[in-house]
Design a protein around this ligand. Sequence first.
Ligand SMILES: [Zn+2]
Length: 79
Amino acid sequence: MCSKVGCGRSAERTLSYDYADSLVAIGPLGLTPDPHSYDLCRAHADSLRIPRGWTLMRYREPEDRETDPTLGDLSHDQP
Ligand SMILES: [Zn+2]
């Protein structure tokens, strides 16, 4: 189920926070077994607002995976 209070829709995305890198990642449901992850419905995942200064990273849909085989290796402004 979606983690948003008052939302009864089924979850379709998993949201995970990486506090060390100020990074918010949205991926397919259950992709990352992370203690800081939340499941969200599609609507809430798409309308998510992230804290200022954070980076939002969306994983590709599974059908796009052949163009990005290393899902855990998305680049994001690493120095
Ligand atoms: Zn929702």
